[in-house]
Design a protein around this ligand. Sequence first.
Ligand SMILES: Nc1nc2c(ncn2[C@@H]2O[C@H](COP(=O)(O)OP(=O)(O)O)[C@@H](O)[C@H]2O)c(=O)[nH]1
Ligand SMILES: [Mg+2]
Length: 269
Amino acid sequence: MNEKILLFIPGYNCENQITRVLNQIDSEISKYIDEIIMVNNISSDKTEERVIEFIKQNSQIPLKLLRNTENYGLGGSHKVAFNYAINNNFNYVIVLHGDDQGNIQDLLPVLKNEVYKKYDCCLGARFAKGAKLNGYSKFRTFGNRVYNILFSLVVRKRIYDLGSGLNMYNVNMLKNRFYTKFPDKLTFNYCMILASNYYKHNISFFPISWREDDQVSNVKMFSQAINVLGMLFGYFTKRGNFITSELRENPKAEYTAKVICEGRTSDGE
Ligand SMILES: Nc1nc2c(ncn2[C@@H]2O[C@H](COP(=O)(O)OP(=O)(O)O)[C@@H](O)[C@H]2O)c(=O)[nH]1
Ligand SMILES: [Mg+2]
């Protein structure tokens, strides 16, 4: 295996879930992954302590705990991780949310069959055939399906999810950092879908399982729903002028994080 794969786990106040997420990385998944970064977005709970405990007990795992310099939001955490992947010569970056709603095992078929090599990104889809939803309300499922249809019409491609918590990106596609001015909030992924149309990224969806049990969603459903419609309309009417415009509420000059703790380094030291 000559390509380098980074696993990026964003987390904000997920002290109860983060150890479960780290325990998902079994020996089979580990074969594909060269390094893991858990990006703590300045949690106010014990997320960081939990990750440090895990590193101490599993020092053979190439896991690094990073702490963002400021709270950058979920989109901002993606920027930290994408920049890290580019700067450290990774070929692919996998995103797995730190609140244990998804399961990285769902990515195994994509990894085993080398599906990821054929696309710019492989996106986990909660609403594709074969996906399993557990504890997700009928209302939210309906809302998501309606939005998937609206986005599909605008990007003229069938969209099965606008942003789940399990995705894999080819770093080559990220190298020109087209995402820098995208929102730092949870709407970052919606923008990535619109960008895939504008920049002609070759995207593919794979079915995933998704659960909602002890997680606390930070999504403010109605304000986000309106905000997303605005984005879709912006792209529909302005295309490139929209995608290349400043889409952040508080633009940051840079997205930095510092290493708090690390297990084995990826070159095996
Ligand atoms: N809401 C929120 N989530 C963040 C932030 N930084 C990282 N995350 C992580 O992003 C993921 C998605 O957030 P969440 O609120 O669960 O959204 P939902 O899963 O779509 O309901 C979780 O793993 C969070 O821990 C942040 O600043 N805000
Ligand atoms: Mg979540």
